[in-house]
Design a protein around this ligand. Structure first.
Ligand code: BJW
Ligand code: ZN
Length: 249
């Protein structure tokens, strides 16, 4: 794989770097994406499984689906893409990692201060009173637990369709995107808003936008460079080239 020199040159001059990730970054860890031909939404209905209405109609079905996905995530490991991004974080004065992923694999690879736009799948809270539910849940818990404070239904701490994103996370993500010298968008289809605005904001603010995705996406046209490779190969290669060149500079 050849990394265009313009990407490395931009990184050598960059003070502020943003990496924005989606489900594709975890694909090489064995976690399914949503919109690929074998993705979750090819088999499951998002309005049944990823909305408050769906959860209210059939809480135990939704809970069980998330328990199943948690089991898969626990059995998976971060891949070379996650590790290379965590390494890159140490190399720039200002580096922000913004993810739509709920799997916490970036953190398990050592990344710090990850901005999570769509929550996380490991925690839970009460649908009614919003109190965090700190009891540990195991694969045997196939029914949605009840809140200890109000008896309401406990749900996973992810962001479903129709729900607003965590305000602070979204504000920080938009701000770092506006200020980025180099902005990577990796493993995301760019179909889901408001997250998909971030590469557009970066592009309109003059960042060098690099897309890492084997396939063309809704946001490819905003990218200065498109690397059509899996992120588990592209990020380690970028890191290697960058380290080589920075030794020379
Ligand atoms: C690889 C690879 C490898 C493969 N290496 N790459 C019309 C216009 C604008 C907005 C809307 C609209 N209609 C409705 C909306 C709003 C809606 C939305 O955007 N819908 C669109 C689908 C049309 N958005 C919302 O509802 C959001 N909230 C909101 O807008 O609040 C304001 C509001 C409130 C009330 C009313 C109206 C507005 C919330 C969105 C929440 C998204 N939640 C999910 C589920 C999380 C929980 C869970 O995990 O179950 O988040 S959906 C799912 O999609 C998940 C993801 O984070 C998100 C994005 O997906 P992602 O990461 O891009 O994955 P894929 O599968 O789409 O793409 C994977 C990519 O990887 C592909 O391109 C592959 O090629 C690539 N790939 N292998 C690199 N090895
Ligand atoms: Zn409650």
């Amino acid at each position: 794989m050849q990394i265009p020199h313009g990407i490395i040159e931009s990184l050598l001059n960059a003070k502020k770097v943003v990496v924005f990730t989606g489900a594709g970054i975890s694909a090489e860890s064995g976690i399914k994406t949503f919109r690929d031909p074998d993705g979750l939404w090819a088999k499951f209905n998002p309005s049944e499984l990823a909305s408050v209405d769906g959860f209210m109609s059939n809480p135990n079905l939704v809970w069980d689906w998330y328990q199943h996905r948690r089991d898969i995530i626990f059995s998976c490991e971060p891949n070379p893409g996650h590790y290379a991004i965590a390494e890159m974080q140490k190399l720039f004065p200002k580096f922000s990692l913004v993810t739509q992923n709920v799997d916490r694999l970036h953190q398990r690879a050592g990344a710090k201060d990850v901005i999570e736009l769509h929550g996380n799948i490991l925690e839970n809270y009460c649908l009614s009173c919003k109190t965090p539910y700190d009891e540990s849940v195991t694969a045997e818990d196939t029914e949605a637990p009840k809140c200890k404070s109000c008896g309401g239904l406990v749900r996973p701490a992810v962001v479903w369709f129709g729900e607003t994103l965590p305000y602070d996370a979204l504000m920080r993500a938009e701000e770092v995107s506006r200020k980025a010298d180099v902005f990577f968008t990796a493993g995301t289809s760019g179909e889901v808003y408001p997250a998909a605005n971030l590469p557009i904001i970066a592009s309109q603010s003059g960042s060098v936008v690099v897309e890492i995705n084997p396939n063309e996406t809704a946001i490819s046209r905003f990218a200065n460079y498109c690397l059509r490779y899996p992120s588990g190969e592209a990020f380690p290669k970028i890191l290697e080239e960058f380290n080589k060149q920075r030794g020379i500079h």
